[in-house]
Design a protein around this ligand. Structure first.
Ligand SMILES: *Cc1c(COP(=O)(O)O)cnc(C)c1O
Length: 434
């Protein structure tokens, strides 16, 4: 499979190069050159396939012959060795729980897939790849977990000071070994900007092999397609049209869902549900793309005002009206998020995390005017990661899972950075040598 740059100036590259470079040389995001629909009989019989077989069928055209069938299946097996249950919340509303991986958020799938692919390509050389990752809270943890002790990789995590939860920060800063955490005096968008700048920095690139583990990286982004197939596999036959609501920040997850539709999955509409960082809902109303300063919210993993993957979504539809017919986008503030957590808990005893709550709200809003649809929203993180907000809102105590108990008393180790120069100096220092 070849990937072209959306900036259209660099040549297309294969999967291995797209994975190892993260961004194209011209600074553009990579995008698959061709997408082939999957077999009808496969799509109609998902319930007869194991998750591993489904994931293999879904991803194989994007890898081509660069990883053989046997090794690709091993990579997939290492990636998705946990459950993706679909739970009924109300009549016509179900949630796909994506938080049963090792760091309790949906980013585990993409991060593990990418780490396993990188390890595969580096297994017989001595290359060291420096993996940069800007995180709004969960990506960094998933990447740290997926890449810990992976041969040929050093990971540098950039996270925004005071904008991640305590548990998230511990997940980012207690890994040691080949994982380094940088606490940035700024927002997630500032972290993302630093990473993007590093890719076009000649001096850095002459010293280090840089790649990104954000959803700009195709190996992190594309495996997120699996979720939509795993959900469809579990939906009991009904004659309703299906709509998905995706709590969205950087728009990688929802964009993967749109590619799944391109592969032939029968989903009739998607909803990008955002918090008060509402650049896309405003854009769909006004046709003016105008990111504002990032606002801090209780659904902090979605505190993104300039979503990197939106350019891929525009590439898919290539027409404003077509985009609007296929994708709705709504924004909800913290007050609405907390009310949704309360009302769902009171009605169905289900504990939403703030991100899932926003997915739920977006779905409810759409179903209000489209009552003939059947809806799934994605529950993207385990409630314990945001227990401070949830326990207060619902007046409950959430049981701490073992994986969290293990890190809760570990010391946080990080370097503070306030500028691109600080970031660059810390990349070039010899931290990883000892
Ligand atoms: C990253 C994240 C999101 C947003 O996903 P994008 O692909 O960036 O849109 C939503 N919820 C949680 C819990 C996350 O960690």
């Amino acid at each position: 499979m070849l990937y072209r740059s959306l900036n259209k100036e660099s040549q297309s590259v294969n999967f291995e190069t797209a994975l190892k470079n993260g961004l194209a040389k011209d600074g553009g995001l990579f995008y698959p050159e061709k997408i082939k629909k999957l077999d009808k009989s496969f799509l109609e019989n998902l319930h007869n396939y194991s998750n591993i077989d489904i994931a293999f069928q879904v991803i194989k055209q994007f890898i081509g012959d660069e990883i053989n069938e046997k090794d690709l299946k091993v990579i997939i097996k290492n990636t998705i060795d946990f459950d993706f249950p679909l739970i009924e919340i109300e009549n016509n509303i179900q949630t796909l729980e994506l938080f049963h991986g090792p760091t309790l958020a949906f980013k585990d799938v993409g991060a593990r897939f990418m780490a396993n692919c990188l390890a595969y390509f580096n297994k017989s050389n001595n290359e060291i790849t420096t993996v940069l990752v800007a995180t709004s809270g969960d990506t960094g943890a998933a990447v740290a977990n997926g890449f810990l002790d992976v041969k040929g990789t050093n990971v540098v995590i950039l996270y925004p000071k005071n904008m991640v939860s305590d548990i998230q920060e511990r997940q980012l800063t207690t890994n040691k070994k080949n994982i380094k955490a940088l606490k940035v005096n700024g927002t997630f968008d500032d972290c993302q900007q630093m990473v993007k700048k590093a890719f076009v920095d000649k001096e850095l690139n002459s010293e280090l092999n840089l790649t990104s583990a954000n959803s700009i990286n195709v190996a992190r982004w594309l495996p997120q397609m699996f979720y939509y197939f795993f959900a469809l596999k579990q939906i009991k036959a009904n004659n309703k049209k299906i709509v998905f609501s995706v709590p969205s920040g950087n728009f990688g997850n929802i964009c993967a869902g749109i590619i799944a539709i391109d592969l032939g999955l029968p989903i009739h509409h998607v909803i990008a549900s955002t918090n008060s960082n509402n650049t896309i809902p405003r854009y769909l109303k006004s046709k003016i793309y105008n990111p504002r300063k990032t606002i801090k919210t209780i659904s902090n993993a979605m505190d993104v005002s300039n979503p990197s993957n939106f350019i891929r979504i525009e590439e898919i539809y290539n027409d404003f009206n077509l985009l609007k017919n296929n994708l709705s986008s709504y924004s909800f503030n913290d007050g609405e998020t907390i009310s949704a957590m309360k009302s769902v808990f009171n009605k169905s005893k289900y504990i939403l995390d703030p991100h899932g709550a926003i997915g739920y709200l977006g779905l409810k809003k759409y179903l209000n005017t489209n009552p003939s649809f059947f809806g799934v929203f994605l529950e993207t993180a385990h409630p314990i990661k945001f227990s401070n907000h949830i326990e207060k809102a619902l007046n409950i105590k959430i049981k701490i899972p073992n994986v969290i108990n293990k890190i809760i008393s570990k010391e946080k180790v990080f370097t503070e950075v306030s500028s691109y120069k600080d970031f660059k100096d810390s990349l070039l220092d010899k931290y990883f040598a000892h």
